[in-house]
Ligand binder design. Structure first.
Ligand SMILES: *Cc1c(COP(=O)(O)O)cnc(C)c1O
Length: 362
């Protein structure tokens, strides 16, 4: 059905699968005979308990999350986790961070407020356009964890090979790649993701944490909401959770299962991103800003080389129904975010438009 929707290339909040939005619409006024909308429901009701239980079960199934990991639905976005991670995981007060762009920088500055941060590798020298070699880092024995941002939303770089943590706990911000491909959860101590990039509505983060990392001997000054044991011991319902986001995300989990899971999602994402990268590699006007080996399948920054021309392209694409292509101010140019819910047809249509633009502006 045509709702007059545009191809929305926003970095987040971003597109959701249309069949999911239709289902939500159909259940809006009366959720399955409950006589109310999910927004109006007590989080303590049996009907809501089933929604959150199913959401967790479907996510576990989708990602193959082992039994010794907890799944937590927490408010405060990914940003609150920049602080929560050091407060909860720093036992020795020391962590190694890899600096690959804007989001790892933010995480580093929050962690520094709490403990010692060792930036063991950085790609700052080339404006975060690549992932540094992390096969043999200098990691002190008493390091509590090694931290990465697995897909840098702003700079458009992604990790193909995880760092060699030399036996230390790996912590990963997967916000802008969550559920875009299969991952081996057992390689991580903690995975977290703000859901508004690749899954559902804003206002929630999913934290997947190995049980032995959930501590109770924490700084007594720590806000109770920031403690992972608070959420783990209360089924993510210590206080009122983001009921609506959990409900919508649950629908997306089911949708991903229905299309064949994360293998199939990854296959589609690879195919879709190739359309755009092939064009950028062949264009004389548009160029990708990231080293080919480290390119993100989700966020594709590109430039013409002229700020004026970039602005003209943004204006022209918006007028043609391709929205939110302006690059982040720290990189400039353009950025196409092509998350799970962006159909391949959307990328093909954008590429056709850019080709035409290039031909007309020789
Ligand atoms: C958007 C984003 C964040 C911040 O998410 P909020 O939910 O807005 O706090 C953190 N990390 C990455 C990689 C992001 O893309």
């Amino acid at each position: 059905m045509n709702y007059g929707r545009v191809y929305n290339f926003s970095a987040g909040p971003a597109m959701m699968p249309e069949p999911v939005l239709e289902e939500i619409r159909d259940e809006m006024l009366n959720y399955r005979g409950s006589g109310m909308c999910v927004m109006e429901m007590s989080h303590r009701s049996a009907v809501y308990q089933q929604i959150i239980d199913e959401a967790e079960a479907d996510l576990r199934d989708l990602m193959g999350i082992p039994d010794n990991y907890k799944v937590l639905f927490i408010q405060g976005g990914a940003t609150l986790q920049f602080a929560a991670i050091p407060w909860n995981l720093m036992k020795n007060g020391k962590a190694v961070y890899i600096e690959t762009g804007a989001w790892s920088k933010k995480a580093i500055s929050e962690a520094k407020k709490y403990g010692e941060v060792i930036v063991a590798a950085s790609s700052k020298d080339k404006n975060y356009s690549y992932i540094p070699d992390c096969s043999d880092l200098d990691i002190p024995e008493d390091t509590d964890y090694v931290y990465i941002c697995e897909n840098e939303t702003i700079h458009g770089v992604t990790w193909q090979t995880l760092p060699n943590t030399k036996g230390h706990v790996l912590v990963s911000d997967q916000s802008s790649m969550f559920l875009s491909k299969p991952v081996d959860v057992s390689k991580y101590g903690l995975i977290y993701a703000g859901v508004q990039k690749n899954v559902g509505p804003a206002g929630m983060v999913v934290v997947i944490i190995r049980e032995d990392l959930i501590r109770e001997d924490l700084d007594p000054k720590m806000p109770i909401y920031m403690r992972y044991d608070t959420h783990a011991n209360n089924g993510s319902m210590y206080n009122t959770p983001n009921c609506w986001a959990i409900y919508c995300c649950g629908k997306v989990f089911k949708y991903l299962k229905s299309i064949g899971g994360l293998e199939e999602m990854n296959r589609r994402n690879v195919e879709k991103a190739k359309v755009l990268y092939d064009f950028l590699d062949s264009s004389k006007m548009f160029h990708g800003t990231v080293e080919a080996a480290d390119r993100s399948l989700m966020n594709v920054p590109f430039v013409t080389g002229s700020a004026e021309l970039d602005a003209e392209v943004v204006k022209a694409t918006k007028a043609a129904g391709y929205d939110n292509l302006k690059g982040h101010k720290s990189v400039g140019g353009l950025r196409a975010s092509i998350y799970n819910a962006m159909p391949k047809e959307g990328v093909e249509a954008l590429v056709d438009f850019l080709k035409k633009f290039e031909a007309e502006h020789k």
